[in-house]
Design a protein around this ligand. Structure first.
Ligand SMILES: [Zn+2]
Length: 58
């Protein structure tokens, strides 16, 4: 059974903190900033909750 986990990431454009629920086994995700709507690719970092965000070309 997979439990959802929270991926927390910082927007590279406006610096807002975003949160997204992802499956525990996820190795990458995509999300859109709640504040400026920039699309980002997310990858887990060494710390489980804070994910690394990369801006994605639209
Ligand atoms: Zn933003």
């Amino acid at each position: 059974m997979t439990m959802p986990t929270t991926a927390e990431w910082i927007c590279t454009r406006c610096g807002s903190t975003n949160r997204r629920l992802v499956p525990e086994t996820a190795t990458r995700a995509e999300d859109v900033c709640v504040s400026c709507h920039a699309r980002h690719e997310l990858e887990p970092d060494s710390r489980p909750v804070r994910w690394r965000a990369r801006p994605k070309a639209r």
